[in-house]
Ligand binder design. Structure first.
Ligand code: NOJ
Length: 534
């Protein structure tokens, strides 16, 4: 069984990730805010997306830029007020845009009243909201689990002599999802936002909530070496016991039930590379509706990697994957694929491929401009991955989080402040919204065209897709009324088409078109074509 029966509002939709801190600063403090998002909703309408995902805007001490929440039912003053949120939702809905908010259930901030209470009252109710263990016999951490951000996933709390678990920073203690009180607290939080009119939740670290009750060690999949950074160290373990436990799926079934009558989408961030295991979260259609399959933000420009990703996952979850090429945690696609014109050309060819798949593809703010990563001068890094691990070979995530370039004025029109939270990049006019809007050949207009093409071509998500073995460096996806050809080679490739007649209807080099295709077609290098049956 697969998720998504096809009648939901998100069928065939296109999403857009707003990294709120860097989208638009209305208040003038150098940090993006909700009113700034409202100011720019018309950009999203013009782009043609259907749904926006807002990254966390809740009260936070900011150790992980909002992914450390100290109150789940309020707005951080740096991002505005609840009234600003209501205004944003109302204005989005008035324009036909849906709003998805980020929910962070794996961990709270250490400043959340629950954790404060857990520290102050080791025998109180909140203690068991978190994961506590006695030290190992040698006094060290209870097992070998490691944090994504470096070091052990356990910190000793001297008051009680126990360790608490945190898969991220010590300032982000993990919740204990085996405790029914935690389940009940989150049911209340979900309903709070559902009652305020949100259309969905993006669930942070959805694969991490439940931990092995026996707290067994993870096995190592490759030896650790001294030159590894925290991400590489984390990825050197199999994570059999701290991630992807079956009981996670039960939690989402409960949420699906709770929100059943509300027309709400649940999209989980699933950092599980095994495609079969990842697809469990959407199988049955009674848990999560879609997964962000993060692997696609790691794939290089390489035909085998992409063929395996799409041919492996698409049959398992034809409408259950939110394909993404970039997000606020990974280098932007243009940079990853070589930068400059080549990087932009490759990124847009892959965007064309993913817009031809079922599920809801999400564009990360700035992707529609062909934006590469920003540069962060020495001393201006803010991401804990960089700041807490000096000398690590891995760069932090600030580069993909620099602000959205609206104009070529000061701070690229992001903020009226002199100093912005990440350094302003002085992007040239041709990389700004204003500079691209009226240029028919711009990346922005290609994206507008691609999204409109997806919307008017339901075959792209309605029909079953087959992936025959195809020529080297070409990915071919076949549907009865539409087919996709992606040539990843550095030179043109000839492709034989199944019986037609076919029309080339979208070309990642130049957008919508209408040219009859012969039985065999020469596809330009690094180009994706979508053909429809005439
Ligand atoms: C995934 C989020 O996207 C990332 O930004 C954050 O650091 C971690 N989860 C921890 O919440």
């Amino acid at each position: 069984m697969v998720s998504g029966t096809g009648g939901e509002w998100w069928t065939g939709a296109v999403g857009y990730e707003i990294y709120v801190r860097s989208f638009a600063d209305h208040s003038g403090d150098g940090i993006g805010d909700l009113a700034g998002v409202t100011d720019h909703l018309d950009h999203l309408v013009g782009l043609g997306v259907d749904v926006v995902w807002l990254t966390p805007f809740y009260p936070t001490p900011g150790f992980d830029h909002g992914y450390d929440i100290s109150d789940y039912c309020a707005v951080d003053p740096a991002h505005g007020t609840l009234d600003d949120f209501d205004r944003l939702t109302a204005e989005a809905h008035r324009r036909g845009l849906r709003v998805v908010v980020d929910l962070v259930p794996n961990h709270t901030s250490a400043e959340h009243p629950w954790f404060r209470d857990a520290l102050a009252n080791p025998r109180g109710d909140c203690r068991d909201y978190y994961i506590w263990e006695d030290p190992a016999p040698d006094g060290g951490p209870p097992n070998n689990w490691v944090s994504h951000f470096g070091g052990p996933a356990w910190t000793l709390e001297p008051g009680s002599g126990q360790y608490y678990c945190h898969l991220f920073l010590p300032e982000q203690p993990d919740l204990n999802w085996s405790n029914p009180d935690v389940v009940a607290e989150f049911d209340r939080i979900l309903l709070f936002w559902a009652d305020r009119g949100v259309d969905g939740f993006r669930i942070d670290v959805a694969h991490g909530l439940v931990k092995d009750p026996l707290r067994r060690d993870n096995s190592l999949s490759r030896p650790l070496t001294p030159d590894m950074g925290p991400v590489e160290i984390f990825e050197s373990y199999d994570h059999d016991h701290d991630l992807d436990q079956d009981a996670n799926i039960e939690i989402f079934r409960g949420w699906n039930q709770l929100l059943r009558s509300r027309d709400i989408i649940l999209i989980g961030e699933i950092g599980v590379s095994d495609q079969k295991r990842a697809s469990r979260y959407v199988a049955g259609g009674d848990g999560l509706h879609e997964i962000f399959f993060l692997e696609s933000t790691y794939l290089p420009w390489d035909v085998e990697s992409w063929r395996q990703a799409v041919t492996g996952l698409q049959p398992l979850a034809p409408t259950g994957v939110s394909w993404v090429l970039s997000c606020h945690d990974r280098p932007r696609a243009v940079t990853r694929f070589g930068g400059g014109e080549r990087g932009a050309r490759r990124a847009f060819a892959l965007a064309t491929l993913t817009m031809g798949l079922g599920g809801t593809p999400f564009i990360y703010q700035g992707e529609e401009l062909g934006l590469p990563d920003g540069r962060i001068e020495e001393g201006r890094a803010t991401d804990p991955l960089a700041v807490r691990n000096p000398g690590s070979p891995e760069a932090g995530r600030d580069g993909c989080r620099t602000h959205m370039p609206w104009t070529d004025g000061p701070t690229n029109g992001f903020s009226p402040a002199d100093r912005t939270w990440l350094p302003s990049q002085d992007r040239p006019a041709h990389l700004t919204v204003a500079g691209q809007s009226d240029d028919p050949d711009s990346m922005l207009n290609l994206y507008r065209d691609l999204i409109a093409f997806r919307h008017r071509t339901p075959a792209l998500w309605e029909e079953p897709l087959r992936w025959p073995d195809s020529a080297t460096e070409v990915v071919l996806g076949l549907r009865p009324r539409a087919l996709m050809v992606l040539n990843m080679a550095p030179e043109p490739r000839e492709v034989r088409l199944p019986d037609g007649p076919w029309t080339v209807s979208f070309d990642s080099r130049c957008g919508s078109c209408r040219s009859a295709a012969a039985q065999s077609l020469v596809v330009t290098r690094e180009t994706c074509l979508i053909l429809t049956r005439t």
